[in-house]
Design a protein around this ligand. Structure first.
Ligand code: 13P
Ligand code: SF4
Length: 314
């Protein structure tokens, strides 16, 4: 979005509404530039969960996807949680419907699974789980699981496989995937490496094994900032959703960030993350709609594994 008089007015009005409502604006690293720039906090799923839990604001305007806003409501139910677009979903969440997981656990009762759920899932799935993880703490969380338990990791098979590689802990993996990260291929990354041989490749663990093998570092979006800050290189290839490039360029303006390409595009956009606009953010602060609501019993059940995650990742 280019800066026009209209967008300046919109930003000014968002800031006015934010003050009037005593709201905090939380934004994921994949949000568009204009939203990242107006947010109080921009970060990964883990950082956003802590922010949502610890805020003193009355209203949380959550700019991300639905499961992220839902997580904010689960950990801080007294707050009004609004989101710019309630239809902003996630392919990982879709790949593991609650009733399917429930039926699977019933069918495999003999396994007495310890369910570790990646935070990219519905409240229903969280409520069926023992502990939640994000890409930023998944290794640590799995290391905490009692050694005598069989682990079922849902819903991302790629993240799960990476965690198995890191921990040596066998797990049964739900076969879900992020439609954005599986678009990066061995060929597309080999090509960009050839073009920029000096640039370390930094990839998200939702990428496939073939892509992770080519990466110098595999980590969550927040850890990408830390890695690029402390690494002496001047240029980096960033293999994740395109919004991350804005966050990195803002934090580290003297370094160069090259988008990881797919076979079809020069960079990868998540169509769900990109459903949020400045106009929709303005509207949700103005009307306090759409608002996150959850049945109390479901919320309480989903809170247990989320609080366990926050405790284990301190
Ligand atoms: P992070 O937790 O690394 O921000 O990832 C969230 C996500 O949706 C990745 O696709
Ligand atoms: Fe979900 Fe993938 Fe979009 Fe992240 S990038 S929100 S995992 S669809």
């Amino acid at each position: 979005m280019t800066t026009t008089l209209e967008s300046v007015d919109l930003v000014a009005d968002i800031l006015r509404l934010k003050k009037e409502r005593n709201a905090v604006i939380l934004a994921h690293n994949y949000q568009i530039k204009a939203i990242q720039d107006v947010a109080d906090y921009v970060g990964d799923s883990l950082g956003l969960s802590y922010q949502a839990k610890e805020t003193n604001a009355d209203v949380i305007a959550f700019c991300g996807v639905h499961f992220m806003a839902e997580t904010a409501k689960i950990v801080n139910p007294e707050k009004i949680v609004v989101l710019p677009d309630k239809d902003a979903g996630c392919s990982l969440e879709e790949s593991c419907p609650g009733p399917e997981l429930e039926a699977f656990l019933e069918k495999h009762r003999d396994k007495n699974y310890y369910v570790v759920a990646y935070i990219n899932c519905s409240g229903h799935v969280k409520a069926l789980s023992d502990v939640i993880c994000t890409s930023g703490n998944a290794v640590r969380i799995v290391e905490h699981v009692p050694a005598d338990r069989n682990i079922l990791f849902v819903p991302d098979a790629n993240l799960g496989a990476w965690v198995m590689e890191q921990t040596g802990r066998p797990m049964d993996l739900w076969q879900g995937a992020c439609y954005v990260h599986v678009e990066f291929t061995r060929d597309s990354i080999l090509k960009i490496k050839e073009e920029f041989p000096e640039a370390p490749v930094v990839a998200h663990p939702e990428c496939t094994f073939a892509v992770r093998l080519l990466a110098d570092e595999v980590c969550s979006t927040e850890k990408m900032v830390q890695y690029c800050r402390s690494h002496p290189a001047q240029s980096f290839v960033i293999v994740t959703e395109s919004g991350m490039l804005h966050r990195l360029r803002r934090e580290l303006p003297h370094k160069t960030f090259i988008p990881g390409p797919t076979d079809r595009c020069a960079c990868a956009d998540c169509r769900f993350m990109k459903m949020n606009t400045l106009e929709k953010l303005h509207r949700c602060l103005d009307t306090l709609q759409p608002r996150l609501e959850m049945p109390a019993a479901l919320r309480q059940r989903a809170e247990i594994p989320l609080l366990r995650m926050l405790e284990w990742s301190r």
